[in-house]
Design a protein around this ligand. Sequence first.
Ligand SMILES: Cc1cc2nc3c(=O)[nH]c(=O)nc-3n(C[C@H](O)[C@H](O)[C@H](O)COP(=O)(O)OP(=O)(O)OC[C@H]3O[C@@H](n4cnc5c(N)ncnc54)[C@H](O)[C@@H]3O)c2cc1C
Length: 294
Amino acid sequence: MKYFSKSKGVVKLNFPMSKLTWFQTGGKAQVLFIPENRLDLHLFLKSFKEKKLINIIGGCSNLLVRDGGVKGVIVKLGSGFDFINFENDHIICGASVKNINLSNKMAKKSIRGFEFLSTIPGTIGGSIFMNSGCFGSEIKNLIKSVIVMNKNGDLKELEKEQINFKYRSSGINKNYFIIAAKLKKNKGSKIAIKKKIKKYVNLRKKTQPNKVLTGGSTFTNPEKKKAWKLIKDSGCENMIVGGAKISDKHCNFLVNTGHANSKDLENLGNKIRSKVFKETGEKLNWEIKRIGIR
Ligand SMILES: Cc1cc2nc3c(=O)[nH]c(=O)nc-3n(C[C@H](O)[C@H](O)[C@H](O)COP(=O)(O)OP(=O)(O)OC[C@H]3O[C@@H](n4cnc5c(N)ncnc54)[C@H](O)[C@@H]3O)c2cc1C
């Protein structure tokens, strides 16, 4: 606890991660640390020497925490990282801002390009790390630079050109915590922006599960192929492991039916991978990040 003695943030011991994950599964974090601001995070990172035992989370919407829990410290950025500032030619957005809040704020200010984010759960930090996207847009298109803090507590600004954005990956080093981003500020028509958001929200409701316990797309799409189609064509649709099943609406979404644990979900994912490989020769890669002890 000495690491947090100067901290204004919140420190919780043996925190049940199922309270935070979208799957509502997962064991306990030995320590959950919610730094209130940059200084808090800096002081902790400077003093805590076991760097491998530090993990960061956002909204936990693309995360499976294993049932054995997570050793060490899980960092979840607090209120001091939840800000949107408008500068002359760009926007500075804190990493704990929710995607939907950013999208709504941009719509209000008639700034275009952020519409798709209103349908992706999670935070800007998590979305940049994952290079999240949908409806033909990806967050990388909005980025000017990303401000990170390394595990020694030092700040650094990464220009977009220094970041190796790819499909569902930023390539940002795991030793960097994203704390804010400079984003593009392109003016548009408020009516058109709001119309687009509405269209995306409706499309999403039609094609993907909502109001269920899920972690979004389980696997990334292999090049020129769709993971959901490979899963369907391999006859996995009705697979069940314990309380985990495949969504009726979208084959690439796993669902906790109410009594699944993380082991059920991970085993179901691995069962799907094996079957798809056997049937099609295609190797599916996990998009969902998995952390913790089995
Ligand atoms: C119903 C549903 C629909 C979804 N639809 C889409 C979609 O259309 N497109 C899409 O791309 N994704 C989708 N997702 C997945 C998910 O919402 C996105 O990947 C989201 O951007 C993850 O953000 P998060 O804050 O929840 O990150 P988390 O799930 O908390 O973390 C994901 C990864 O990011 C890392 N991370 C989080 N914050 C930071 C930070 N500040 N600095 C460094 N690393 C960090 C974590 O360590 C972890 O490795 C969906 C998920 C759900 C549940």
